[in-house]
Structure formats: C-alpha cells, structure tokens
Ligand binder design. Structure first.
Ligand code: ADP
Ligand code: MG
Length: 398
C-alpha cells in the first residue's frame, strides 16, 4: 500500500506531487478522477497490511464532497492526515478545519512547497499513531503541561528560551503546542517567530472566545514549526484592559486543548504573571550570570515560597553562561539556594537567530547553545521524565 493517496483528474498536479515525494520515503497512488467514493474504505482496499498516511484531495475534486469525505474519514480513520488542495476564502477555513482536514495546499504550489506540507502531514500521522484514541486519558486528566518562563529581570533570554522550548516541543508533538505571549505590553514572541499575527491575546480573552474554545482556536496563529502562537496585543495600551482572571481562564482553556502550553512572561511578577504562575505545572527560572540578576532571582523565589505558590516542577536555567565572568555555577547555586539545571552558553548564533526571527532549534545548527536548549526541551518529554525522574536536578558544568 502506498504512503500517499492522491485523488484528482489533474495530471499536472500529480506530476508535481510525485516530484515532491521523490525526496521522501514511500510512494504515491493516484486515482485519476474527481469522483469520491461514498465508502472510503474502498480507497484502502489493498491486500498490503500497511496503511496509507496521507490522503490528498486534489484539484478539481468538488469541495463539498471533499468535506463530507473528510468528516467520515475523521471518524473511521482518525490517524490519516487529510490534505485539501484549493484556495478557499479565509472565512471558510475554520469550517474546513472542523471536518478534520489538517492542511490546505494551494493548487499552484511547487514541489518544494508540497514536500514541506507532506512532511508535516506525515508528522501529524505519526503523532496520532503514537497515542491511539483508546489510550487517551479521560477528559478530567487530559490537561496539558503548562510551562512558564519567568525571571525578575528583562533581557536575560526569556523570550529566546520560551520560543525554543515551543519549537523543540513541536518536533516531539506537532500541532500540540501553543506558545502564549504574556509580556502583554512589550511582548516580542511575534518577532522572535517572524509572525505577523492577525489576532492576539486581546481577541483570545473576549467573552466569545472564553465561552467557546473553537472560537479561541480560530484566534491562534500557525507557525511553520508545527506549533500555534498567541501573540501579545499590538499596542501596550491594549494590555491594560486584560485582567488576571481572564488570563487564568485562557490558560485553563488552552491546557484542555493542547499537550503543551508554553508561556513567555514580562520581567518581574505583575498580577498577570502571578495568575499565569498559578496555572503552571512547570516553571523555568532564567537568570544571567550577573550578581544583581542572581540576587533578584533569589528574592523572587523567597517571596513565592512564602506565598506557597511555587509549582512542583522547577527548572533553573543559567543563560549566557560564561566562565570568564568571575562566577562559578556553585556561586550561583549558593546564592539562589537551588541547583542550576541547565546552562546555556553565550552564543552569537542565538543573537543572530533572534534578529532573523528563526529560533535556534528550528534549524538546529552546530552550536553549543543548541545542545543546552535540546536538553531543556527533553525535560518536558514524558518519555525522558519517566526514565530520569530522580535526576531532575543534577549539577551542570559550564
Ligand atoms: N545564550 C545567549 N547568547 C547570546 N545572546 C543571547 C542568549 N540568550 C539571549 N540572547 C540575546 O539577548 C537578547 C534578549 O533576549 P530575550 O530572549 O529577548 O530576553 P527577555 O525575553 O528576557 O527580555 C536577545 O537579543 C537575544 O538574542
Ligand atoms: Mg521577552
């Protein structure tokens, strides 16, 4: 059985798709017709036990029929990734996605574009296969991990770290990660991910979105690294009208929908930040290698201990680590009163990635910071956690 099934009478599209697949493993079976079967199982009625991964509803297939088939497939073959080829009106996209179609591809896409999309569709198939529907936990326990990135000071690398965690987790769990920018006044997740979002947190906390999670999901922006982003309001003024209670509700909704919610925050602990902290299952504390920054982290942690709102899983990250700054890891640990879990070296590649709007883990060049960031991402991988739980806090060397 082929890995990709294409239905279209259009031979030109078939040939572009075949060029795209040439670089991937697996082959294509094309049904040269615009007629869709009533019973989709006939498409897969081959003696070979291997199941197809991606079904492409190609050019000239009537859209109404494509949507109807997609709905049936979503129930009968939930692991299958369904791709629709067309140029739908943006107002129609949400309706298309609701039928279970994962991706929409332009009929004029070139082989390189088709290939990127097919890779994503295959990743989706793989992620669905790893978690068979029957093994999914009951609704009550389905809440995702909420990972907040905090520090008392600005400029220490919170946004850099949050965007890399999100992109790294997107490789483990494609389309199951959302990053939320709660630096409401001056957030720069959009810039760090090279996004120009149509909607922001402002839309996501409106009554319509807080009542209906499908509306909320329509306000998320898709990023090419197979993650979703909810960016900060377009102007700092808009931030004033967002309350801590609204943020609590927002994070609850997102944790119900996504396996991972990554939260970037403003420096310090403003009210919105405290509300977010209370929703976090995991907190990443970031400090640079300067004495005021490290002391600030110590005071912050002390206050939170007194208030008893420290989430259970804590990860201390020493960023821009440099042995030539006159401080050792032991000095830092003694000051903050907690072990340093990950140290990320100062690296030009990181600074460059910020300016390009492409997080380091999106391309994973050869750079020492990549290894540290990957180590941080692994801490949120359930497979890693279950094997190394006892070593969650182990001394690092810089
Ligand atoms: N490990 C690092 N090495 C070099 N530059 C870094 C590193 N981490 C962050 N930076 C740079 O520091 C600047 C501030 O980082 P940012 O993530 O925006 O901090 P914050 O969100 O805490 O204000 C950015 O220009 C970023 O590229
Ligand atoms: Mg920031």
């Amino acid at each position: 059985m082929s890995r990709f099934i294409l239905i279209t009478p259009n031979t030109d599209f078939d040939s572009r798709l075949r060029q795209a697949v040439a670089g991937l493993y697996g082959n294509v079976q094309t049904y040269f017709t615009n007629m869709l079967p009533d019973d989709p199982s006939v498409l897969f009625a081959q003696p070979d036990p291997e199941q197809p991964e991606v079904l492409i509803l190609g050019p000239e297939v009537p859209v109404e029929e494509a949507l109807r088939l997609a709905m049936v497939l979503d129930v009968q073959f939930p692991e299958l990734s369904v791709v629709l080829v067309g140029d739908p009106d943006p107002s129609f996209v949400l309706q298309i996605m609701r039928t279970g179609i994962r991706e929409i591809l332009s009929p004029s896409a070139d082989p390189a574009q088709i290939r990127v999309l097919l890779e994503r569709a295959c990743q989706y198939h793989a992620s669905r296969r790893r978690v068979p529907a029957a093994a999914q936990p009951a609704a009550e326990s389905r809440k995702g991990m909420v990972i907040g990135v905090f520090s008392p000071k600005g400029g220490v690398g919170k946004t850099t770290i949050a965007t890399n965690i999100a992109v790294g987790l997107g490789q483990i769990a494609p389309m199951s990660v959302v990053i939320v920018d709660l630096d409401l006044q001056f957030g720069d997740v959009a810039s760090g991910l090279y996004l120009n979002p149509e909607h922001t947190v402002t839309d996501a906390v409106t009554p319509a979105a807080s009542r209906d999670t499908l509306v909320l999901k329509a306000f998320l922006t898709v990023h090419p690294a197979s993650i979703y982003a909810l960016c900060a309001p377009k102007t700092p003024v808009d931030a004033d009208s967002i309350s801590a209670d609204q943020i609590t509700r927002l994070l609850e909704q997102l944790a119900d929908e996504f396996q991972y919610v990554v939260v970037d925050t403003a420096p310090g602990l403003p009210e919105v930040g405290l509300a977010a902290l209370e929703q976090c299952t995991d907190v990443v504390w970031v400090s640079g290698m300067d004495v005021p920054g490290i002391r600030g982290l110590r005071s912050g942690l002390d206050v939170l201990r007194q208030l008893e709102i420290l989430p259970e899983s804590r990860h201390v990250v020493l960023n821009m680590a440099d042995t030539k700054l006159g401080l050792s890891v032991q000095d830092v640990e003694a000051t903050i009163g907690a072990p340093v879990d990950i140290s990320i070296p100062r690296s030009r590649a990181v600074a460059l990635s910020t300016n390009r709007g492409v997080p380091l883990l999106q391309e994973s060049p050869k750079d020492p910071a990549v290894k540290s960031l990957q180590g941080l991402v692994q801490r949120f991988n359930p497979a890693w956690r279950s094997t190394t739980q006892r070593k969650l806090h182990r001394r690092v060397v810089i």
